[in-house]
Design a protein around this ligand. Sequence first.
Ligand code: PLP
Length: 297
Amino acid sequence: MTGGSEHDKCQKQSDHFHAASYAFDTRAIHHAFSPVDYKRAVQPPVFLTSTYGFESVEANDAAAALGGRLYAREYNPTTEILEQRLANLEGAEAGLVVSTGMAAFGTLILSLLSQGDELLVHKTLYSNTVAMVEQGLPRFGIKVVSVDLSDPSNLDAAITEKTKLVYFETPVNPLSSILDIAAISERAHAHRVKVAVDSTFASPALQRPIEHGADIVLHSLTKYINGHGDTLGGALLGDAETLHRLHETGLRYITGATLAPHSAFLIMRGLKTLSLRIDRHSASALAIARTLEAHPA
Ligand SMILES: *Cc1c(COP(=O)(O)O)cnc(C)c1O
C-alpha cells in the first residue's frame, strides 16, 4: 500500500477513529464511519431497504454464515454504524440496537434464558421491566428472584445452580440509588453467572459498566443517548459471542424488533452532543438538589 491516494489518506484517518486513543467525544461523533466509504458524505446515509442483492448463491451462503446480511431485520448499514459506535463507547466487543429499551430487555432474557432457569434482579426496576419480570417471564417458566443488591452479599444466598443471569439498573429508575457494579459482578462471576446492567440513567458519558466487571450493558436509547424526544430505541453491548446469540436468536426470530434506520440516524445525531447535554443535566440537578437541601420545607 502506497498510502498516497486520497482514499488511503481518508481510510487511515477513519482507522484512527477506531483507536481507543481518541477521547470519548471524538469517538461519539466519528467512530465506525468513514465519509470516503459513502461518496464523502459527512453524515451516515439512511439505507431504507428491506433486502439486499447478492452476487451468487455461494456469496449468499458465505454471508449467511457470518449472520444474516440479506434481509433488513438482521442487517442494515446505518444501524450497524450505531451498533459499532455504542460498543466502542462502552468498551464492548460488539453491539446490537433494537426498536426500544424494552425490546432490548426482551431480546436479552428470551435469548439467554429458558424454562426452568432463574433470573436474579435487584428489587427496584423500571416499571415495565417490573411488569416483564413479574407478569411476563413466569408465564414462560422463568423464575425471577428479586433481592436487595444495595448489599451485594445478598446475592450469595439468592443465587442457585439455575441462576443464568444477574440483572440490575444503576442508577436505579426512578430514585437514582447507586449499586456497586464491581462488587456484584465479582460475586456473580464466582458462581459463573453473567451480569447485565441497565445503564440508561447514566449513559456511557458518566458510567461504563464493562470497565467495572459487568458482562452486558443495556440502554434505552430513547432517553439521554438520543436526547431529543423524537424516537425510541434500545441497545445491548457486550462480548462478541453473546451479542452474536442476541442478534441471531433474539432479534432475528424471537422479537423481530428491528430499529428503523431513520431512528438510528437520529440517535447518532443526538449522540454527538451527549457529553454537552449530560454536563448541563448534571449542573442543573446539582443546583436543584442544593436549593432543596437548603429549603426549610
Ligand atoms: C425507559 C427505560 C427503559 C425502557 O426503554 P424504552 O425505550 O422506553 O422501551 C428501560 N430501562 C430504564 C432504566 C428506563 O428508564
